[in-house]
Design a protein. Structure first.
Length: 191
């Protein structure tokens, strides 16, 4: 069965009723869907900790929205592939949102004879079909650390290309991390 369109789910900031009970047969949510996001941190963490990736880009949501885990995974795969090809592992990419919210669907049949096979709104809580993250306004979604300004320009283009995969409007913030005094001393000592 294909994915249900995102418009089927509320955009208001309300946490839906997801009853769990101590007695398993009375709990409405029986199983939690598996996580589709494979990795949350990619690239070279060691370079970032050493201060060799001083330029950062952060993609931030400008509205409250539910972002599905398959949309986050599609963006992550695209960004990781493009950055790995361009920068040869000299970058750090992080997915900052974790999908906790369980989405559910009350499956309805359509077509001739379907009225005799379904229960309608009786027991309409629905079955779990996926996960999403409830992202508030001005919340970061992706974080990228890069070695130079040329990589920043190219990465900004990559982040603009994934905007169509996300259900919200976003903005990209640029920041340059200054080296701490300890890192500066270590760099001078190494020379």
């Amino acid at each position: 069965m294909p994915l249900r369109k995102a418009g089927s789910y509320s955009k208001r900031y309300t946490v839906p009723y997801t009853r769990t009970s101590k007695k398993k047969n009375r709990a409405y949510i029986k199983t939690v869907p598996p996580q589709k996001i494979v990795k949350f941190t990619m690239g070279n963490q060691k370079m970032f900790k050493e201060g060799k990736l001083p330029y950062t880009l952060t993609m931030i949501s400008t509205e409250w929205v539910q972002i599905r885990h398959n949309a986050l995974e599609a963006c992550r795969m695209y960004l990781n592939r493009k950055m790995d090809d361009k920068f040869g592992g000299q970058y750090l990419l992080k997915v900052l949102q974790y999908p906790h919210h369980i989405q559910r669907e009350n499956k309805m049949l359509t077509g001739a004879g379907a009225d005799r096979m379904q229960t309608g709104m009786q027991l309409s809580f629905g079955k779990t079909i996926g996960k999403a993250t409830l992202t508030k306004k001005n919340t970061p979604i992706f974080f990228v650390a890069l070695p130079n300004l040329k990589a920043v320009v190219q990465s900004r283009e990559f982040l603009k290309e994934i905007k169509s995969k996300l259900p919200c409007t976003t903005r990209i913030e640029y920041q340059e991390i200054k080296a701490s005094p300890v890192q500066a001393q270590q760099a001078q000592g190494a020379q």
